[in-house]
Ligand binder design. Structure first.
Ligand code: HEM
Length: 130
């Protein structure tokens, strides 16, 4: 027997207020996954074009790392990657039927752990920029 659901109107953007933990987990996972893909292509583009001449590679990296905004973006990238990995492992566990009763809790745990790791990484990422 199939059930039908009232999914509401797609134009009703205010529905995000009613989103449950599972919906946020789905949105964050898609978002972080596609940010990682975007970063991967940018990373390859920057590094491959920085090999055209002697010293260009070192100069490119040194000038990027001297910018405070790049250090902030690095913390952001780490956060995105850590969340995607933790939530991805959580999803794989769910697919295996492990922890089905604690899906919200494990999502919150992934969020908190991501925050802790991101904060702990700040001293390393800002070192030498000032
Ligand atoms: C240990 C590392 C990783 C784990 C455990 C992991 C896990 C997962 C899982 C389980 C899904 C499917 C989620 C679902 O059921 O809807 C997923 C989706 C995705 N992952 Fe990862 N992932 C990892 C690394 C990466 C990396 C490095 C990238 C990008 C370079 C990436 C990009 C994506 C994207 C774009 C999606 C969403 C695809 C869609 O739109 O349906 N992931 N990941």
């Amino acid at each position: 027997m199939s059930q039908s659901y009232n999914r509401g109107l797609i134009e009703d953007f205010g529905r995000w207020r009613e989103f449950t933990a599972g919906m946020w987990a789905w949105i964050f996972h898609k978002f972080t996954g596609w940010v990682l893909v975007g970063y991967l292509f940018t990373h390859i583009a920057v590094l491959s074009t920085a090999t055209i001449g002697t010293g260009v590679y070192t100069e490119t990296l040194q000038s990027l790392e001297s910018l405070f905004i790049v250090r902030v973006l690095e913390v952001g990238l780490l956060s995105v990657a850590v969340f995607h990995i933790l939530n991805g492992v959580r999803l794989l566990m769910v697919d295996l039927g492990v922890g089905l009763e604690a899906q919200d809790k494990s999502f919150y745990a992934a969020l908190i752990l991501t925050g802790v790791i991101a904060i702990a990484s700040v001293p390393t990422f800002v070192e030498g920029v000032f």
